[in-house]
Design a protein. Structure first.
Length: 281
């Protein structure tokens, strides 16, 4: 890591200004590391924060997961799993900021979560809920860069538009890192499991994902499909191609891809309605 990256990481990861929920999360992490802890105990900790609980339940009932019957935190933990609920708890305050300041990015993230879930189910993969969560969180680094590096963000967007380059290229030129790496720093500081960290860190470079390449490939393809659909706004001015390694990892073919595109398009109407409901609250 260069000096510039190291300095930037300190700024970005400054816990005094990072939007997290330390007391609840600290307790939740301690309980989830203890095999004797029950779901009810963990649910009680999360439920102690009413605002947090409400946001988790809204996200758990979003089109990303498709349950539509999650009425309690205990229910959410049983249906989604502790890691997913923990991730939603950690990201809830950041999503609140994202909704207010970047509706386009919020909708893009929701769309990628939905598309990742659809792809995972279509391919018969296990842990679809965690894959959906990785999709939901994949661009969390962009939110942090926006929060912590306002002037740099303006320069990044200008560079992206003026030179017609990908956001990651502009980010590396301006701040010597990119949103995927920033997302991985944040995920590690939140003690998320590797199966969520890798898709966040490598959704633009699937070949670098060593232990969870299938999940990473799903998030990468979901990201491309949502960009191609024009749903939300990731900040990119053009759609990147699907990486060959992601295509091969999932053993995709043209027929399957066409089916996925149709299913994703159908689901996006539902996602838009959900997003509008959350915006109006």
């Amino acid at each position: 890591m260069t000096d510039k990256q190291s300095d930037l990481k300190k700024i970005i990861m400054d816990t005094k200004t990072l939007p997290t929920l330390p007391s609840v999360i600290h307790k939740l992490n301690s309980l989830s590391d203890n095999e004797k802890s029950s779901v009810q105990e963990m649910a009680k900790i999360v439920s102690s924060d009413q605002v947090l609980s409400a946001r988790i339940l809204r996200l758990a009932n979003s089109p990303s997961y498709g349950f539509y019957r999650v009425s309690t935190i205990s229910n959410a933990m049983i249906l989604l799993g502790v890691n997913v609920v923990k991730s939603l708890a950690l990201s809830s305050s950041i999503f609140a900021i994202m909704e207010k300041e970047s509706v386009g990015l919020w909708e893009h993230s929701l769309g990628v979560g939905v598309a990742a879930n659809l792809i995972a189910r279509k391919m018969g993969l296990p842990e679809c809920e965690e894959i959906a969560t990785a999709g939901l969180l994949h661009d969390i680094g962009k939110v942090i860069i926006s929060l912590k590096c306002r002037e740099a963000e303006k320069e990044i967007l200008k560079l992206t538009n003026d030179r017609r380059i990908y956001i990651m290229e502009a980010e590396r030129e301006v701040i010597a890192t990119d949103h995927a790496e920033v997302g991985s720093w944040l995920s590690k500081s939140w003690f998320l499991p590797d199966k969520l960290i890798e898709p966040i860190a490598y959704h633009h470079d699937v070949a670098k994902s060593e232990n969870h390449r299938i999940k990473t490939a799903v998030v990468h393809i979901a990201d491309v499909l949502i960009k191609a659909s024009g749903f939300g706004n990731s900040g990119e001015s053009f759609v990147p191609p699907i990486q060959k390694i992601a295509w091969e990892t999932l053993n995709l073919n043209e027929r399957l891809l066409a089916e996925l595109v149709d299913e994703v398009e159908d689901k996006l109407v539902e996602v838009k309605n959900f997003s509008l409901e959350m915006m109006s609250e």
